[in-house]
Design a protein around this ligand. Structure first.
Ligand SMILES: NC(=O)c1ccc[n+]([C@@H]2O[C@H](COP(=O)([O-])OP(=O)(O)OC[C@H]3O[C@@H](n4cnc5c(N)ncnc54)[C@H](OP(=O)(O)O)[C@@H]3O)[C@@H](O)[C@H]2O)c1
Ligand SMILES: *[C@@H]1O[C@H](CO)[C@@H](O)[C@H](O)[C@H]1NC(C)=O
Ligand SMILES: *[C@@H]1O[C@H](CO)[C@@H](O)[C@H](O)[C@H]1NC(C)=O
Length: 368
């Protein structure tokens, strides 16, 4: 009798425990589900031909080299939900980015596979033998075992003088390497995928003809093309080509890169501001949607499945740039913005500040 009662009690306890456990599990499930739904609606992913999912909004980091400012910006960006960061050997900020990523990864606040990190092969690394060398230098600074995407920064190689002479000059001329072999470099990039040092590979600043050459000879096709792309320079023919070639597009300077004025003036050069953020058509749509000009310009691209990487080191502006998933542009809004396109005239990154650059056999910017 006693023993039966006891076993009953034990059974009862076990059932209660089980029920409690189940309740906890359900609670966890709903909390987790709630969380993941929240991230789903505050981000969008673009699937690459490599199978990887690339967050449609990433943080650009060109010209962000002030250590304290960039560290703070990255902390704020990760808190706000940014998981995609765009950098390059050329930006000389990978060590700063690496320190912040390590803090987030080692504390368990974030998992490596939640991140999407892009880096790029510099002009001085544009020979097959130097690809692995420069990728490994970026990885060491980023404190990562692999990047998610490694891009050829530009189709024009420069002569190698030293690791730190990023644009080697002689008598006021950029020392170009006229023998850049894009096919050979692509093969060296494919080897890095085999070695696990990058998940996907792609190119930047290539024109349609150059991209087609890569697709034609590739064993691993380019997953991404990063080019200047914004409402004044919409690159329609290039967008068409990318659809046909199954290469996803990433827009750099999506806001028209207004930060260039200060940079050019520092180097004693003139720079005509594009004024994209001040365009009356953009402002009018911003008022209509109760959004900022920047949010309209970014939403316009993302709604066409173009990935954007706006740069901001200002916490409130970088948060703003991610908050573009709670509204939609109508097809009428879209065609209004499409009408802002200036065709090839709209190109503002020409590299022409470097004298003689247009003589390089792979100079890409004379056509789409
Ligand atoms: N592959 C290539 O050759 C290449 C070339 C250029 C750029 N990129 C990549 O693309 C990224 C983006 O391009 P970008 O930096 O040239 O130009 P961008 O993103 O079009 O513009 C950045 C500038 O806009 C300002 N800004 C950012 N958000 C703003 C907002 N909400 N309202 C008003 N102003 C705002 C920023 O200033 P604050 O920081 O003060 O906010 C900064 O001066 C680069 O950072 C880089 O990662 C790649
Ligand atoms: C407009 O947007 C701001 C900032 O997001 C918000 O605080 C405000 O309530 C919005 N106004 C309307 C009328 O929706
Ligand atoms: C590359 O070509 C340009 C234009 O033809 C020339 O001015 C330059 O000297 C060449 N550079 C080298 C290293 O051959």
């Amino acid at each position: 009798m006693i023993s039966r009662c006891f076993s009953h009690l034990v059974n009862h306890l076990t059932t209660t425990r089980l029920a409690l456990l189940l309740a906890h599990l359900f609670l966890l499930y709903y909390l987790f589900k709630g969380n993941s739904e929240q991230t789903m609606s505050s981000q969008k992913f673009i699937e690459l031909n490599s199978g990887q999912k690339m967050p449609a909004v990433g943080l650009g980091t060109w010209q962000a080299t002030d250590e304290a400012e960039l560290e703070n910006a990255l902390e704020e960006a990760l808190k706000a939900g940014y998981r995609h960061i765009d950098t390059a050997y050329l930006y000389t900020n990978e060590a700063i980015i690496g320190r912040v990523l390590e803090r987030w990864l080692s504390s368990g606040k974030i998992q490596r596979n939640d991140l999407f990190i892009t880096s790029k092969l510099p002009g001085i690394g544009m020979t097959p033998e130097r690809v692995e060398y420069f990728l490994k230098k970026s990885l060491a600074d980023l404190k990562l075992d692999y990047v998610d995407l490694y891009l050829v920064h530009s189709p024009m190689g420069y002569q190698y003088v030293s690791d730190t002479e990023l644009t080697p000059m002689k008598d006021g001329q950029l020392l170009l390497d006229n023998k850049t072999d894009l096919e050979a470099i692509w093969k060296a990039l494919e080897v890095q995928v085999d070695a696990g040092l990058t998940k996907s590979i792609g190119v930047s600043n290539y024109n349609i003809a150059q991209l087609e050459r890569m697709v034609k000879m590739a064993r691993i096709p380019p997953a991404n093309l990063q080019v200047e792309l914004h409402a004044y320079f919409q690159q329609k023919p290039l967008q068409e080509a990318c659809k046909r070639l199954n290469v996803k597009l990433c827009a750099y300077a999506p806001l028209g890169s207004p930060g260039r004025k200060a940079l050019f003036e520092k180097r004693g050069l003139k720079f005509e501001e594009l004024g994209l953020l001040q365009d009356p058509v953009v402002i009018e749509l911003a008022t209509k949607h109760n959004k900022t000009a920047s949010q309209i310009l970014l939403r316009f691209l993302v709604q066409q499945d173009v990935i954007v990487i706006p740069k901001s080191t200002n916490p409130s502006r970088l948060r703003q740039n991610l908050e573009i998933f709670d509204f939609q542009l109508s097809s009428e809004d879209m065609s209004t913005l499409q009408n802002l396109d200036k065709g090839l005239e709209g190109r503002s990154f020409t590299a022409k500040a470097f004298k003689g650059v247009t003589e390089h056999p792979e100079y890409p910017f004379n056509s789409y």
